[in-house]
Design a protein around this ligand. Structure first.
Ligand code: NAD
Ligand code: TYD
Length: 339
């Protein structure tokens, strides 16, 4: 089986490639990534000598290059994770989100239809497409799409294009919508690694608004196992929500991190709220749990300390991102400079 993963050098993509290489010994994994600031090939350095892993430097909006990659590898499965993923950046610069998330998804769907029409396309989306909840209720797969940020709107747009490819062209597509992930290799602009690194450095921890916004946190390995379940057994044309059943207000997570990092709560700094900040996300994952027998296996109590330990043991990984040295890895490995 040839399995193409877009965005494999990012946070979830690199965890997914490690996960699939260990779980699926007969699969070849092809990582297709353009290495934006969020792509870090060092996440996959331990796979470099694995004959079942290969890397293709490609922008998913580049039709010519994407055709070359599909023509070379003829994927049986396409796991589509490549995206611009940070809400704050989408507030400042939405166009690149539309380009990669919307246009890039259509380029992949067109190429699949042309080159490998019998393959399966798993589109990795987000619970943020449903918009924001009040104190009560959960997102189900029937919740109307009502995104609020340029990021979530561009993801919602891509979801609609995937749906259209299923209905109009009969392509075999499935969509997943997952809640907030945490774990190793997360770019240090996202809440948990950012707060942890600031706590260790004795820098202020910027909490948006009153810190009462709620997110449902899932350990990244549990997201990976859910993606595998949907890829292998999900029903064509369907959407599957994925969640950790683990809701936390931001301020409570920040205090927990400070305690585990043995740093003072005096570092907390309430700052101007994010514009359009969604109040609460919460997932009803009954469909994947009952339909595909999937369950998250990691509790927050067990996996958050493991995650913190990982960032502590890999402080050099963060340092190389902060200094920009991580960008040199591609040239060292493949002998070409990144554009
Ligand atoms: P990330 O930002 O860490 O990684 C994104 C990857 O995509 C990077 O390696 C980047 O280089 C690559 N990429 C960006 N633009 C590209 C382009 N034009 N062509 C090729 N590659 C490109 O993101 P992540 O947190 O790992 O998220 C992965 C996917 O999962 C995204 O689609 C995101 O919407 C979705 N998701 C993320 C979360 C979360 O909590 N992080 C939750 C639910 C869903
Ligand atoms: P983030 O990790 O950016 O994920 P998302 O916005 O996709 O949920 O943020 C998680 C929550 O943490 C969100 O409510 C915004 C908040 N947040 C802060 O309060 N301060 C920060 O510096 C960041 C990055 C996020």
């Amino acid at each position: 089986m040839n399995v193409l993963v877009t965005g494999g050098a990012g946070f979830i993509g690199s965890n997914l490639i490690h996960f699939l290489l260990s779980q699926k010994p007969e699969w070849n994994l092809i990582n297709v990534d353009s290495l934006t600031y969020a792509g870090n090939l060092e996440n996959l350095s331990s796979c470099d000598d694995n004959p079942r892993y290969s890397f293709e430097l490609a922008d998913i909006t580049d039709t010519v290059r994407i055709h070359e990659v599909f023509d070379k590898h003829h994927p049986d499965f396409i796991l589509h994770l490549a995206a611009e993923s940070h809400v704050d950046r989408s507030v400042l610069d939405p166009l690149v989100f539309v380009r990669t998330n919307v246009l890039g998804t259509q380029v992949l769907l067109d190429e699949m239809r042309k080159t490998v029409p019998g393959s399966r396309f798993l589109h990795v989306s987000t619970d943020e497409v449903y918009g924001s909840l009040g104190a009560e209720g959960y997102f189900t797969e029937e919740t109307p799409i009502a995104p609020n940020s340029p990021y979530s709107s561009s993801k919602a747009g891509s979801d609609m294009l995937v749906r259209a490819a299923f209905i109009t062209h009969g392509l075999d597509t499935v969509i997943t919508r997952c809640s907030n992930n945490y774990g190793p290799y997360q770019f240090p602009e996202k809440l948990i690694p950012l707060m942890l690194n600031n706590a260790w450095a004795g820098k202020p921890l910027p909490v948006y608004g009153d810190g009462r916004n709620v997110r449902d946190w899932i350990y990244v390995d549990d997201h990976c196992s859910a993606l595998l379940a949907v890829l292998e057994n999900g029903r064509s044309g369907e959407v599957y929500n994925i969640g950790g059943n683990n809701e936390w207000a931001n301020i409570d997570i920040v205090k927990l991190i400070l305690r585990q990092a043995e740093a003072s709560e005096d570092l907390i700094q309430f700052v101007t709220d994010r514009p359009g900040h969604d109040h609460r996300y919460a997932i009803d994952a009954t469909k994947i749990e009952k339909g595909l027998g999937w369950q998250p296996r990691h509790s927050f109590e067990e996996a958050l300390p493991l995650t913190i330990k990982w960032y502590g043991d890999n402080i050099e990984w963060t340092r190389r991102i902060v200094s920009g040295a991580y960008r040199d890895y591609y040239e060292q490995q493949y002998g070409q400079r990144l554009g």
